[in-house]
Design a protein around this ligand. Structure first.
Ligand code: ADP
Ligand code: MG
Length: 156
């Protein structure tokens, strides 16, 4: 069920999250605006995915993505959060994030401690890095989807 919709391409604005302090843990997650979240297939599984991401017209980087239940909306709506495996100089709230979700790592889990949570995410990141080096995934990094917004007019 998790794989049925993949690869999944989407693009939208980065908004403020709900201050779970992801950045303080060293794993900032760029949250998509509600409109983008609502446009996701309603039956897409929650859990951790991996793929490619780019901010604005920037370079395409590896990413891990979490689709989870949004505590801000009493867990009736989903949240979609992307951790880009790259160090950025500045925050990019308000910018357009483009992502290609290409694979699924695991379902949502509850962790007994913050340390357990952090180490699970670090394992997710390592797993994502390895899998994204496979030729079938590398080719999606070059997909036209990521280059359409490079200052070109689409309708001419
Ligand atoms: P919030 O609760 O507002 O989502 P986070 O602690 O999750 O706060 O930090 C997310 C923000 O950090 C993003 O919206 C983005 O502006 C910034 N950021 C910086 N580096 C990254 C990165 N590598 N991946 C994702 N977001 C990043
Ligand atoms: Mg976040």
């Amino acid at each position: 069920a998790a794989m049925r919709h993949l690869p999944y391409f989407c693009r939208g604005a980065v908004v403020k999250g709900f201050g779970r302090g992801s950045k303080e843990l060293g794993i900032p997650t760029a949250n998509f605006c509600e409109q983008v979240v609502e446009s996701f297939p309603s039956d897409i599984s929650t859990g951790v995915y991996y793929g490619w991401a780019c901010v604005g017209n920037g370079d395409v980087h590896k990413m891990v993505l979490s689709i989870g239940w949004n505590p801000f909306y009493k867990n009736i709506k989903k949240s979609v959060e992307t951790h880009i495996i790259h160090t950025f100089k500045d925050d990019f709230y308000g910018e357009i994030l483009s992502i290609a979700i290409v694979g699924y790592i695991r379902s949502e889990k509850n962790f007994s401690s913050l340390e357990a949570l952090i180490s699970a995410i670090q394992e997710d990141i390592e797993e994502a890095k390895r899998r994204l080096d496979l030729p079938e995934h590398l080719k999606l990094k070059e997909d036209n989807f990521f280059h359409l917004s490079e200052g070109k007019t689409v309708n001419h």
